[in-house]
Write a protein that binds this ligand. Structure first.
Ligand SMILES: [Zn+2]
Length: 480
């Protein structure tokens, strides 16, 4: 438990903020309010988000202390093989893009507590997860979809970020003790322009200006010093030059594939659920029902064409993973490796060729923390831990595809065209900034660790078992 207890916490999620961009803008003095009110009093870290590195699932760790896999929200779209098939696959498929977003709270695995449940006067602004908030505490319950629709049609995403600051002011006036706010502009300007475009960079600067006004206001109210600020992001983004239509490729190699928005297709024997759009779950029907998840070896012999080999021949595909008994098998062009959960940590070994992640000198067995440290500054930070967690979800695909940078996995049904991508295991999507006006003890932090830190720093105790560890207020991470 930290020495300082804060009376309230405001969590700012700058959706899609790239770690390197935010760090450089701080260093060059373009984000002066964040420097003055957060970094001069606290710390900055490069952190690792949760896989899939996508809006929605990657928001959940901050608010629950659990990874998307443990929350049973393994993607922004997923397929549930435990649901009955019916005439169409409508009941088995879920997308949180659009009105399906309303289901996130009820889709959370039973027993998951949100941070809102720990506070007396919590509030959320543009939050995707709202479990634990009353009707009036979800400040944008009625307006979020209106704003999304307006911003989508007009392309003026800054309007949503500007509105967020007005909601925050009102919440502060009403003495909230926990406030979670999502700022969508950086993510959206990146998708429709480029992660480094003028419009995108201006959205970072606008965030800083809004933050400065809020901090000054809290100072006038004499509430600045006892307010904990946490600023972070759910994923980075990379520019996209080529779209790879994953569902049509699966159809070409002999499957009849279900995908969004065509979820009323009947008689399918495969489903692809894309997130971000650099990650996809693929599900295969084995025999008459969807009940059983085929293993790595079964997937390879489902049809004449081995889908794993065929996918790896595609430029757009970087890595493919599936399960074999209690292990995750990862295949890349370099080779194949195996990840296994063991008591106290993770076992990792290369099975064929070279390490598919390009890791060198990996420990054969290590704690989750040592795995994080060992992989933190590689091309695929924390991939062994993250893959184990996501495959732990009953709604996870049988096959997970991680796209190569520059490519995404969805084309025809994305309007306007996406010019940036996230969702993959690559560091450009997995590294995110983390800032707090409080010391951050550990060098290597997962975003899932922010939840227990926010609770501890406001004098609360975590209930039940979570994935996160409070590496923020106490250096519990061992070094590999
Ligand atoms: Zn996002």
């Amino acid at each position: 438990m930290a020495a300082t207890a804060y009376n309230r916490c405001i969590f700012f999620l700058v959706d899609g903020a790239r770690e390197d961009v935010m760090r450089r803008m701080i260093e060059t003095g373009e984000l002066p309010s964040l420097r003055r009110y957060i970094l001069d009093r606290g710390d900055y870290r490069k952190a690792v988000t949760s896989f899939p590195s996508t809006t929605g699932p990657a928001h959940v760790p901050f608010l629950t202390g659990c990874t998307p896999g443990s929350c049973n929200l393994p993607g922004i779209r997923w397929f549930d093989r435990s649901q009955p098939e019916g005439l169409t696959h409508y009941r088995q498929a879920r997308s949180y893009v659009g009105p399906g977003g309303l289901y996130i709270d009820s889709d959370l695995r039973d027993g998951i507590h949100t941070i809102f449940e720990y506070f007396e006067r919590p509030a959320g602004v543009f939050s995707l997860v709202n479990k634990g908030l009353g009707l009036f505490e979800n400040r944008t319950l009625l307006t979020r979809n209106w704003y999304l629709y307006y911003a989508h049609l007009s392309g003026r995403w800054q309007v949503m970020d500007d509105a967020a600051w007005r909601y925050i002011d009102r919440a502060v006036d009403q003495a909230v003790d926990f406030l979670s706010v999502v700022f969508p502009a950086v993510d959206e300007y990146s998708h429709y322009n480029d992660p480094f475009s003028d419009a995108t960079l201006e959205a970072y600067r606008a965030f800083d200006r809004g933050f400065g006004r809020l901090a000054e206001r809290l100072q006038r109210l004499n509430r600045l010093d006892d307010t904990l600020f946490v600023v972070s992001s759910d994923h980075g983004l990379t520019a996209t030059h080529t779209h790879f239509e994953l569902w049509s490729f699966l159809d070409e190699i002999g499957f009849n594939t279900l995908y969004y928005p065509r979820i009323l297709r009947s008689g399918c024997d495969a489903a692809t659920m894309v997130s971000g759009n650099g990650m996809a779950h693929i599900y295969f029907k084995m025999g008459e029902t969807w009940e059983e998840r085929p293993t790595y070896d079964e997937i390879r012999t489902l049809r004449q064409t081995d889908p794993i080999e065929a996918l790896l021949e595609q430029e757009a595909v970087d890595l493919v993973a599936a399960t074999r008994e209690d292990a995750v098998i990862v295949c890349g062009r370099r080779g194949t490796s195996e990840i296994r959960e063991i008591p106290g940590g993770i076992a990792y070994r290369v099975l064929e060729g070279k390490d598919p992640f390009g890791y060198g000198g990996m420990p054969a067995e290590a704690s989750d923390e040592q795995m994080l440290s060992a992989t933190f500054d590689t091309e695929y930070p924390d991939a062994p831990y993250q893959l184990l967690r996501v495959f732990g979800s009953p709604r996870s695909g049988d096959l997970i595809v991680s796209a190569r940078n520059g490519y995404d996995l969805r084309f025809r049904h994305e309007h306007p065209e996406h010019k940036s991508t996230h969702g993959s295991l690559h560091r450009d999507h997995m590294h995110v900034p983390l800032m707090m006006n409080s010391d951050i003890a550990a060098e290597c932090v997962r975003t899932v660790d922010v939840f227990p830190a926010m609770l501890n720093l406001t004098g609360r105790t975590v209930r039940g078992t979570i994935d996160g560890r409070d590496s923020v207020t106490a250096a519990t991470r061992a070094v590999a």
